[in-house]
Design a protein around this ligand. Structure first.
Ligand SMILES: Cc1cc2nc3c(=O)[nH]c(=O)nc-3n(C[C@H](O)[C@H](O)[C@H](O)COP(=O)(O)O)c2cc1C
Ligand code: SF4
Ligand code: SF4
Length: 306
């Protein structure tokens, strides 16, 4: 553990490098966290990591991705050079980052001046999420020094719509106070890693044998998901044309015309369906619910045998 340098007006004023235990510390670490969070769990974790990164007078800005066109515009003009440490956080969708984020990551500029870190929240199986992000960020020259995929968030995928709270039961209550505390501590610990000159790159993101993550959903066109998940069916008798579904959609796949129309391939998050106040989007989930129930049952039995 490296002790935090105490604040010194003169050191700050002249930006004098500071040496302790052989580690060269410039007083202030400027970091930024970009995160996507449709339902708020990743946001909670990102805020706690940022709190940790601000420990000792360092700075951490938070940037939330919301809509793809806005996000692409934002990163085009963003002053990445102001930051020595850049983090990315995401929910896990189908063992990967939500697919539209790849488009954003691919559009990032060269980041070889900085160090990076990654995190996600999931319902309990993050699959290859951080590994997949790192693959793209490697091309940008960002040296990833740490990552964490152990935090959970409330999982309200529509496969779990028949459970109380429309959620995977084991995900209810997450992220817990304990997880939020861990996230803050993890953020604080990143400071020393970011300031040390020889922090090694983290490469062991995904050694798990997870066939779903490997084969699950290949390519942007997502033919597997298109086939496997239900179509959007709008009940016009219920729809009030309020626009909530279009507002929620991060990839701008829904156009009000004047009723909502789905105009392109999307992340298949089904949060348009979840958040429609009139339950006017009627997807047939019976096949997927039966499939997930069978998986959950098998998992329960395995645990009982152990
Ligand atoms: C479309 C969709 C797909 C998901 N896929 C997975 C998954 O493959 N593995 C998993 O553990 N959790 C999965 N989840 C759960 C989310 O990763 C989890 O709820 C996350 O914390 C949501 O983050 P947010 O609240 O920041 O949006 C999925 C959730 C949705 C909506
Ligand atoms: S959120 Fe529901 S009611 Fe509102 S426009 Fe969309 S489908 Fe119609
Ligand atoms: S499922 Fe709905 S909200 Fe999600 S990306 Fe597709 S159209 Fe947008």
């Amino acid at each position: 553990m490296v002790a935090e340098p105490k604040y010194s007006f003169w050191r700050e004023a002249f930006k004098v490098p500071w040496t302790m235990y052989g580690i060269d510390i410039k007083y202030k670490l400027n970091s930024v966290i970009f995160y996507f969070s449709q339902q708020g769990s990743t946001k909670k974790i990102a805020e706690k990591i940022a709190e940790g990164l601000r420990h000792g007078g360092h700075t951490c800005d938070l940037v939330r991705f919301t809509k793809i066109s806005k996000d692409l515009e934002l990163i085009k003009y963003f002053e990445f050079k102001r930051y020595q440490l850049i983090g990315f956080g995401t929910p896990v969708y189908y063992f990967h980052p939500p697919y539209h984020l790849f488009e954003i990551f691919e559009a990032l500029p060269d980041l070889s001046h900085a160090k990076g870190f990654l995190f996600c929240t999931s319902g309990g199986n993050p699959g290859a999420t951080l590994f997949k992000i790192k693959q793209v960020l490697d091309k940008k020259g960002l040296k990833i020094i740490d990552g964490c995929d152990r935090w959970k968030g409330l999982d309200q995928h529509r496969c779990y719509s028949h459970f109380p709270q429309s959620a995977l039961p084991s995900s209810v209550g997450h992220p817990t106070e304990d997880e939020l505390k861990q996230a803050k501590e993890w953020g604080s610990a990143l400071i020393a890693k970011a300031l040390a000159p020889n922090t090694p790159e983290k490469t062991d993101f995904w050694s798990k044998d997870n066939k779903w993550a490997e084969g699950g959903w290949k390519g942007r066109s997502a033919p597997f998901m298109e086939k496997w998940f239900p179509d959007f069916y709008l009940n016009k008798d219920k729809c009030t044309q309020c626009g909530e579904c279009a507002e929620r959609c991060p990839v701008e796949a829904i156009v009000l015309n004047p009723y909502p129309t789905w105009v392109k391939d999307c992340d298949r998050c089904y949060l348009c369906d979840l958040y429609c106040p009139e339950q006017a989007i009627e997807c047939d989930w019976s096949k997927q619910i039966a499939f997930m129930d069978a998986i959950l049952e098998r998992a329960k039995k395995k645990k009982r045998l152990k």
